[in-house]
Design a protein around this ligand. Structure first.
Ligand code: AMP
Length: 395
């Protein structure tokens, strides 16, 4: 039986799932957190509901991967490393180079590292983690799966900013988008659910999690997406601003006394969005609870979140000159019938008729009435299994 890792590394974290393929059954999954910080945490779930967690110093990603392999052996999850014949790595930025998932070679690792400028929190760490796996399981096929690949089909009128054209030619300054694995997975699943060829469908996919992005999928291809040069742009997110006017940067730096522009961008990435607006939390559940308890700022935060998503749905219906299906996925999209209803009620003029009973779900389900002109579907995303499938495809 073949075992395949699905790996998602960030600057201070590493998420892993180990699958039996092609059965797609999960053997083990877990998370290494606080890499390079005090009190690192390694946690793993395996077997029949067995769990293990340890707090220990994890100074770098090499140690993180080392711990993973040590515990796989210690808990007898793996007898022989040769059983692992595939490793899929999520890579955030593929720039204009990687239009599809690709088998990892030393050159690919170097390119992923060079693209670190486009996703500093992810690509550098991903390159390091690829090298660690290449050393430990040299016989396995390693595949890089890029968040941006799915969006490389966008036409120039949607990916170019209205900047001097040379900035695109000389510095590759353009929209790249993100969450491509998820948008790809849920749009194809939506076509399967309605039983129509994806080539005939106009789909708007709303990936609403802590990070959030909306994509216009026309005929199975991404034609526009709300994230931009980096994942900072688009709708209001857990801690990220989404779209703002660039002129705010010098203005706010002067007013707040922040002198380093990187610090300002850090505030836009980590202290803004739902957290910054509400002053309560970046977590949608907390904000819903606060709003219910009468906190007006929390209610305003919910209204802003809904408003931004509605605006992108409106934009993308215009970009595609129509829409057949709206898909909701990720933490908020999958679980919060309340946010789905708030969003869809405001765009009902498209011909969307929500079925409130059907919408009371966290599972895969059509949530509009049978008569609704535009269909809305709730589809739990599964980026991890999609990464493992990409390894199978390229093996
Ligand atoms: P993700 O990044 O996809 O894990 O999504 C995280 C977001 O989903 C957080 O804002 C959570 O509060 C939100 N979320 C998860 N479950 C629910 C729920 N039942 N209701 C509302 N939001 C939820």
């Amino acid at each position: 039986m073949s075992k395949t890792f699905s790996i998602n590394a960030g600057s201070s974290s590493l998420k892993f799932q180990l699958y039996n393929m092609p059965e797609e059954t999960v053997i083990a999954k877990g998370l290494v957190e606080r890499i390079g910080l005090d009190n690192g945490v390694f946690s793993i779930e395996y077997g029949d509901d067995q769990e293990f967690e340890i707090t220990t110093d994890i100074p770098d990603h090499g140690v993180a991967v080392g711990l993973l392999f040590d515990y796989l052996k210690e808990f007898n999850i793996i007898d022989d490393l040769n059983e692992i014949d595939g490793v899929g790595h999520r890579v955030v930025a593929g720039g204009e180079i990687f239009k599809d998932s690709t088998v990892v070679t030393e050159k690919v690792i170097e390119q992923v590292d060079e693209l670190g400028e486009f996703a500093p929190l992810h690509n550098y760490a991903e390159a390091v983690v690829m090298r660690e796996f290449a050393e430990r399981v040299p016989g396995a096929t390693m595949v890089a799966v890029f968040d941006t690949s799915f969006h490389t089909t966008m036409p120039a009128e949607n990916y170019l900013y209205s900047l001097p054209y040379e900035y695109y030619e000389d510095y590759a300054a353009r929209k790249y988008g993100a969450h491509g694995t998820s948008h790809n997975y849920v749009s194809r699943r939506a076509a399967e659910i309605v039983g129509k060829p994806i080539e005939e469908l106009k789909i708007i996919t709303c990936h609403l999690g802590n990070g959030a992005s909306i994509t216009a999928v026309d005929g199975g291809k991404s034609v526009d997406t709300s994230m931009g040069f980096t994942p900072l742009a688009g709708v209001t997110m857990g801690t990220r601003t989404g779209d703002i006017d660039a002129s705010l940067i010098p203005y706010l730096m002067e007013k707040t006394g922040v002198t380093d522009v990187k610090e300002m961008i850090n505030i836009f990435n980590k202290k803004s969005g739902l957290l910054g607006l509400s002053g309560v939390s970046s977590d949608m559940r907390d904000i819903e609870a606060e709003a219910d308890a009468g906190n007006e700022r929390a209610q305003l935060t919910l209204d802003i979140f809904v408003n931004r998503v509605q605006k992108y749905i409106g934009q993308y219906a215009a970009v595609m000159n129509g829409v057949d299906i709206i898909v909701f996925t990720a933490g908020i999209g999958e679980n919060s019938g309340r946010q789905r209803k708030a969003i869809l009620d405001g765009v009902s003029w498209f011909g969307i008729e929500l079925d409130e009973e059907r919408n009371d779900t966290r599972k895969e389900a059509i949530i509009t009435t049978d008569d609704s002109k535009v269909m809305a579907i709730n589809i739990p995303t599964n980026e991890e299994v999609e990464i493992a499938r990409e390894v199978e495809r390229l093996k």
